[in-house]
Design a protein around this ligand. Sequence first.
Ligand SMILES: C[S@@+](CC[C@H](N)C(=O)[O-])C[C@H]1O[C@@H](n2cnc3c(N)ncnc32)[C@H](O)[C@@H]1O
Length: 249
Amino acid sequence: MSRVFLVGAGPGDPELLTLKAARLLASAEVVLHDSLVDPRIIALANPSARIIDVGKRCGRHSATQSEICDLLVAEALAGHIVVRLKGGDPMIFGRATEEMDALRANNIDFEIIPGITAASAAAAGTKISLTQRNIARSLHIITGHGADGGLPNHDFCALTKTGGTLAIYMGGETLPGLAAHFIESGMEPSMPALLIENASLANERHLPATIATLPGLHATHAATGPVLILIGEALRESATIPHLETVTA
Ligand SMILES: C[S@@+](CC[C@H](N)C(=O)[O-])C[C@H]1O[C@@H](n2cnc3c(N)ncnc32)[C@H](O)[C@@H]1O
């Protein structure tokens, strides 16, 4: 039986944690967690568990990925029940591959426990379905952050042509460049776009805009929490929903 678990902590609201994640936390001997994981979730860990913050946020690393892998492997080889807690879903921009590779290389069995990803929480918070018949037939989860910290090397023309909804993770800092690339690639400047900060938390904020106006709005309402950017026709109704127009924080 596995004693190592890569666990999705969901987008923030502790009530969005799976029952399985809560059960594993309660039986963990060691918890390694990212900084985006809400303290109320970490508080569900077994009181005698060792809690290690390996968090990294906005490119600021408190432990390198290879240090995290080494720690995970060392704790597992010591025979501990290890919960590696990651924000959202571990398999979506969660650096799970590196950790799974390290565990496999050491013949350590593990399980993955999925979590609710930020895009699902953003859809719930805004009450906007990301896929809608005849409007948005696909959903594209993409990063806004290239490997070198700049813009990612996406095929912006292809993404623009899909006509689906784009959910951009880690795109807060590169938003001006992303918007410019989409518009240069043929996206209408009036294409609806919506920025969601702190999805699922009490201080969730929504900035409805267009792809042309969102960078300016974002610069004015400086975000301090994680932000997700949604772009596409499915977001058109966001402009007419009154509660989205106010910043709620
Ligand atoms: C390293 S990625 C991890 C994604 C995570 N594994 C998931 O499935 O949601 C971090 C990015 O996820 C997005 N994110 C995570 N939690 C969020 C939240 N509560 N509200 C808005 N965006 C969030 C932001 O774009 C943030 O920069």
